[in-house]
Design a protein around this ligand. Structure first.
Ligand code: 3HC
Length: 327
């Protein structure tokens, strides 16, 4: 196990007592807490992953928010508002978890706004019809649940606890999306065609959410040695396909993959090649909506500056009054 650890001081051959104690805690599934010693690489990996996860939650609100004012019924509008609000809360839990590692909210948001930090590729696609709101709940939140459930057991305490809370709400997100798709698929021919069109556009980008193939994943080996990542990208992607294909069949919709077939020997679905050029284009900022998403986030941050400044001025005044009273 030690061989997998990134040495804190690569020059030293032996394992330091801190590294030994750290690894022993990981091996015993004892959570690492903010005040515990941790290798700098472990801390950096957590800041990278948790902050990008938080960015994904916040940016992920935008595609669906586009449909709040156009939801087909008051009930659907209320459900969608609740879901989008949940995502904001998920982002806040995760930013707080990242801040326990010694980074500030300002630093994290600056990394997002300047394009230095990523957010999930999936949120760079447009939501063209109401069926997209269903496909996002069913497929995107379905994929997010597949990827997030194992994170409830990750080695870093604040991240694991945030994920327990988030996963409870994700199930509602996925269910409401599936329910939209079921209503459309059982509706008029036009409604069913709208659902099929959404599945056609969201299926492959949803598979890309799990990250590059294991062979190309730069972080997986170390993240798995540190029990930050509990399952590989390909393993979770395969689980998602195996779970979702029967759901699509139940809806009477076609998965847009001519190579999809059940492989009795493997006990899994074989599926077609993913367009990794598209994936790397999107995460490099050349997706259909990257610029629009980032511009919207930057504008929202700038438009909210007066409110943050007001809160900070109020807090400073209160602290000043408390200091004078204590003097
Ligand atoms: N979108 C954007 N970037 C991605 C990506 C994706 N779907 N998949 C991988 N990448 C990036 C990685 O961030 C890494 O780039 P970096 O070094 O600049 O950070 C690079 O591609 C190599 O990928 P790796 O597989 O080596 O990286 P990881 O080990 O970090 O695995 C991950 C990627 C599986 C996404 C992992 O980071 C993870 O599990 N993150 C936490 C969960 C998460 O963020 N889920 C996605 C969205 S949350 C959501 O959908 C909200 C829901 O409410 C709708």
């Amino acid at each position: 196990m030690y061989a997998q650890m990134v040495k804190t001081d690569p020059r030293s051959a032996e394992i330091t007592p801190e590294e030994e104690a750290f690894q022993a805690r990981l091996d015993a599934d004892v959570k690492i807490e903010p005040k515990d010693w941790m290798p700098e690489g472990y801390r950096k990996t957590l800041v990278r992953q948790i902050s990008q996860h938080a960015h994904s939650e916040i940016v992920g609100q935008l595609p669906e928010a586009n449909w709040i004012s156009r939801a087909p019924t008051l009930e659907r509008k209320a459900i969608l508002i609740a879901k989008v609000q949940d995502e904001a809360g998920h982002g806040l839990y995760l930013y707080c978890a990242a801040e326990t590692l010694g980074v500030s909210r300002e630093q994290l948001l600056d990394q997002l706004h300047t394009g230095k930090a990523k957010y999930s590729s999936i949120f760079n696609y447009p939501t063209l019809t109401w069926a997209d709101v269903g496909a996002i709940g069913w497929l995107v939140d379905g994929a997010a649940i597949m990827n997030q459930v194992p994170l409830q057991r990750c080695s870093y305490g604040p991240y694991s606890r945030a994920m327990i809370r988030i996963c409870k709400e994700e199930s509602f997100h996925q269910r409401q999306g599936f329910d939209i798709m079921a209503k459309l698929a059982a509706g008029t021919a036009e409604q069913k065609a709208m659902a099929q069109d959404a599945l056609n556009r969201w299926w492959w980008p949803s598979l890309m959410m799990f990250g590059p193939p294991d062979a190309d994943s730069v972080h997986s080996a170390q993240s798995m040695a540190w029990k930050i990542k509990l399952n590989s990208n390909d393993e979770l992607r395969q689980r998602f396909v195996d779970q979702t294909v029967p759901q699509a069949r139940h809806l009477g919709l076609e998965i847009p993959d001519p190579d999809l077939r059940w492989n009795e020997e493997r006990g899994h679905y074989d599926f077609g090649a993913i367009d990794w050029d598209e994936f790397y284009r999107v995460i490099a900022g050349q997706g259909p909506c990257n610029k629009e998403r980032l511009d919207t986030r930057v504008k929202a941050h700038e438009d909210g500056a007066w409110y943050r400044e007001g809160l900070q001025a109020h807090a400073a005044k209160k602290a000043e009054r408390r200091r004078k009273a204590a003097a």
